[in-house]
Ligand binder design. Sequence first.
Ligand SMILES: [Zn+2]
Ligand SMILES: [Zn+2]
Ligand SMILES: [Zn+2]
Ligand SMILES: [Zn+2]
Length: 364
Amino acid sequence: MKNRKFIFDNNEEPFVPKEVQALINNGLEFLDKARAELEDSKPKFSIVSFWTAVEIMLKVPLIHEHWSLVCSGRRIERSKYLAGDFQSVTYDETCQRLGDVLERPLPKETIAVFKKVKDHRNRVVHFYHSEFTDTQVKAILDEQADAWFALNRFMRDQWNNIFGGPLNSKLASDEDLMVRSSVFYSDAKFRYLKPTIDEKSKQGFSITTCTVCSKKAAFDNLFNEESGNTLHQTNCLVCGFKADPFIEVTCPVCQARQNLNGSGEKDFNCDNCNHSSSLHDLLNEWDGKLEDFSHSGLPASCCDCDGYETVCEYGGSYLCTDCLVLHESLSTCNYCGGRSTSVSEMSALVGCEFCEGNTKYLND
Ligand SMILES: [Zn+2]
Ligand SMILES: [Zn+2]
Ligand SMILES: [Zn+2]
Ligand SMILES: [Zn+2]
């Protein structure tokens, strides 16, 4: 272990030895290739590249445990392994070792979807067939998408300790790209998530059709429902799209309910009784003594939309009444003394988004 070179050496990142990282990079290149070939409508090539990526990625946990686990044959020598002159384990042996040696076998469903892709891949490589109908091509693409999704779960969930860390965001954004560019992939992800979505639906969650990926997987998350002014934040479990939030308010005079979106409207006008007040007065839940309000720092300013004094206290957090973005906390600018949702640590010098800072000092 002592001589191994680690790419990441701070404590937060997993230790990934160089040879493991090289293998991962190799697998990622084949995945990129498979994705490009899919976009170029070359499904036959894509399935070959994709399968190569699967075979590589499955070996990553083995090599991470010990390099000799990816070698087969009776004589195993480190020097030959380093020179690339060794007999590599087959796909079946790889699966077997993940279970028998590492005691973390591939899930049954994964084995099943991988098998279908492997069989198609073998047919593509070993036979000539031009007789695929459109329906068959679609079925193959569906199966490849299921396998792709299973491979992502293998990397992002089951073996997150190796593939995680700095790779995590790359894998996550690659997956978002797949969902958005391939209907086959978003279908596969939807199939995978269906039981979770059905369960949530049974629990009473409101689920709507996502405007981006068209899957019925957009969850309406309610915030601060008890207050009578409920913030709705919808996000899609399949493609991650977040719709613009809106707030369902209750008129304090006639109790009629009405939806407001974050259009920068400053006032609330009741459609039912014509009552009107500032949106800030309607939503602000600050309940200290009136004479203390000037010290509360409210209304604060929003750094998301540059709204000046648009932020009120709401549901234990802070809500911008202009853009309806929730903020966990407020900070004070050490130069102008103004409160806003994000202030630089150097504010005494550089100021905040709502002041110039110490220009005299800065210009010198
Ligand atoms: Zn979506
Ligand atoms: Zn009203
Ligand atoms: Zn805002
Ligand atoms: Zn300032």
